[in-house]
Design a protein around this ligand. Sequence first.
Ligand code: BG6
Ligand code: BG6
Ligand code: GLC
Ligand code: GLC
Length: 937
Amino acid sequence: MFAVHLVSFFFTKLKEDPTKKVDRFLHAMRLHDDQLSDISARFQAEMKKGLSEESNAAASVRMLPTHVRSTPDGSEKGQFLALDLGGSKFKVLQVKVREGMGIRKGGVEMDEKIYSIPKELRNGRGTELFDHVAESLKDFLLEKNISLEKKHPLAFTFSFPCEQSALNQGSLISWSKNYRARGLKGKDVVQVLRESIDRTGGMDIEVLAMVNDTVATMMTCGFDDQNCEVGLIIGTGTNACYMEELRHVDLVEGDEGRMCVNTEWGGFGDDGALSDYITEFDRDVDAASNNPGKQIFEKMISGMYLGELVRLVVLKMAKVGKLFDGRVSDALRIKGKISTAHVAAMEEYKTGLTNTRNILEELDLTPSEDDCIAVQHISTIVSFRSSNLVAAGLAAILTQIKKNRNQRDLRITVGVDGTVYKTHPQYPKRLHKVVRRLLPECHVRFVLSESGSSKGAALVTAVAQRLASRRHQVDETLSSFRLSQEQLKLVKARMRAGLEAGLKTKGHSAIKMLPSFVYHTPDGTEHGKYLALDLGGTNFRAMLVNFRKGLQQNTRLYHKIYTIPLEIMQGTGEELFDHLAQCVSDFLDYMGMKNARLPAGFTFSFPCEQTAIDTGTLVSWTKGFKATDCEGHDVVNMLREAIKRRNDFELDIAAVVNDTVGTMMSCAYEDPQCEIGMIAGTGTNVCYMEEVKNIEKTEQKKEKTDEDKGTPDEEQDKADAEMLKMCINTEWGGLGDDGSLDDIITPYDTEVDQNSVNPGKQRFEKLTSGMYLGEVVRHVLLDLTRGSLLFRGHVTEALKTRDIFQTKYLSQIESDRLALLQIRSILQQLGLEGNCDDSIIVKEVCGAVSRRAAQLCGAGMAAVVDKIRENRGLDHLDITVGVDGALYKLHPHFSGILKETAKVMAPQCNVTFLPSEEGSGKGAALITAVVRKMQEM
Ligand code: BG6
Ligand code: BG6
Ligand code: GLC
Ligand code: GLC
């Protein structure tokens, strides 16, 4: 017994086990689970780097957003052409997707043809490579009798790293694997493909989506298995993609939902992260490759390199005398002589050893039995390391998904494709086993993509097609809000004509051009205490202003805001003015000035026909007011009467002014160049200093007053000299009331007008001001929803509710600093439940409507400033506009577009916009001060 042992001991000593020898030689390639966990952790760190905005550019694992937001749900349908470029075979296909219902998925039929891509093309000029692709496509259409006349949507699987900003765009970051065509890096390959298709001619192709092979594989497998959220390729190259939470993808706006991320994990290690796992053979493979220093992980794993790794190990072992008795053949020295197919054959279950012998003999070697066992074992170690590394990468991805879901045990499916996985006899089993060992708490299912990636690419394209058609219809709807320069010039001309017509007495003008009897802007000498009352929108403001001579900065203001309930806005005139008097009474109590009999200015922001500074007959209500028995009455009188009725305080109302006039005065106090006042708020309006000689209607009125009073000529001349200009309240909101804007008015505007309290009136205001923009937006949203382009076609009560979109919401929604998720939550507050895509569309609608408003106001302003310039016979005018209103002050883009349009439309004027700090009340107080000063003189 002892003797037998001794013999066998000697035998082993003399004749070493060939696998042990290889094990020792390749110990660096044999990775334990600890090492795999370590690699997995390092990969997770790289994923994080790639996802973050700051570190993405420098990350070796690029984590590219793919713009694929969902896995298949069965609603995809259509007929597509497909191109599949980048794997071991280039294919052209036709894919037909039949829609299914709910969880019952539809069916997919495919017809394909493989075309070769010669090496010269892979390494030649990029355009030639793509021309070949386009020509193959045309050949396919001809051969399969597919109509050349019809437009065909096309899905493009392109298995290289691309930076995508949309499904149908992608700039090539770099080539990998066996491709290195020139002139395409940084170019949009979809565009390059389109150009090649055009050059080839005779086809009508719309390239709708481009996807990486990993993504297409995930989608292919996702068609049959809802849990498939990872795509894996172990073929010529290797890579993986997975569904990531959008909130982790810094490079894409929006926080809601998920997006597929193409990890491009082949680049793991390019920054040295794997240097302690790299062997001399890996270094040699890398050095002799198309892309040295790049795709380090891929070169340890994928089909393009496995055979070569085996060859280099065999060669080295032979050279050091550990194989073939130290003999090396010429063939063994040639790159590429051992392929991945050889590796697979050597590891075949029963025939592996015979295959190994045959392969080695083909290389002009004469292997012994032990040599064959050793070489087979080399193969095993190399391919085992490959599957181990894939398992480590996959474990990192699955861990990330598990964290995202906050689940203890994850149930997930990985869709896999690629020649290595498909043809290597042991690979899948080994991979599955190690993944399960590394992540025992995950239930991972692996599904082989039987039908290649084109089925998945077609599914992505079907979604893209639906989105493209939705985009097209949304664009079409919004196009009616886009105004050309020509149209804006017309608006300017119409505004100008309206201004001129309004200044004349004869004939009716849509623009009223109301004289304000304000002849001067302030000169800084105003002083004293004044009360200002400000009725303009939903609020009423009472204010005490104390001016100190020459001390503009030191003006003191005290104010209180009172809301006006809707029933009072729309009740009787007496009720409205009693309410105002009550607010004033309260304010005087609050200030302890009940007995002061202060001089007061009244800002009344509605059109008033004035014959003097302290009288104003309301022409018509605007902006939603409709208190009865006010139109045709003097509002100053009405206020005086209301105060009399109360009989608890007295007030000396010295002036009534429009808010535009108040704003102009308030700003002119700071800037003497301010001769225009503008409101872009609930309503819209402009006033400006006009030459008295141009105001035909006041001339007549003035003559009449002179006659009555019988003023001596001398005094009259003096007064005239001081009254060369008068501020005119244009009431420009009425432009279009005579039909002059009908060519730009959309059906949505018409609806808003029809549903307003003053149909047919204030047409310009209804296109441009805060009270109406939200309503215009709502009508567009309603229309888009009814057309199933928004909110999944669901018309809710909220959407049918008038005035839900106030100006403040428009301003918030359009803010560029707001993420889509925040827009979604604003919409939610308003009762509108939508997803990210809905939020994008809502933002676009708001943008189109507010942009048009700002442009129209800009064109209107251009008419006003050009008129002033011409009045003065100037080639160039510098002028300031005092401006107020929530739309101007709070909307993120309105003021910018307004200024830009005014600049373009009135190139001879330099217009400065000065926001009013204190509202128009201060201006009304200033006017009162001026009036009192004049009276004292
Ligand atoms: C195929 C895909 O099924 O798998 C290709 O259609 C992909 O686009 C390929 O690149 C990966 O495998 P290989 O081995 O052909 O590179
Ligand atoms: C304020 C004025 O500053 O601006 C009001 O005092 C005016 O009289 C208002 O109507 C316009 O802004 P909005 O946005 O409130 O209509
Ligand atoms: C390479 C490519 C990658 C592709 C993979 C598998 O790694 O860079 O985009 O997915 O090969 O084909
Ligand atoms: C409305 C009023 C006008 C006012 C403007 C801004 O257009 O008619 O008088 O100036 O709103 O408040």
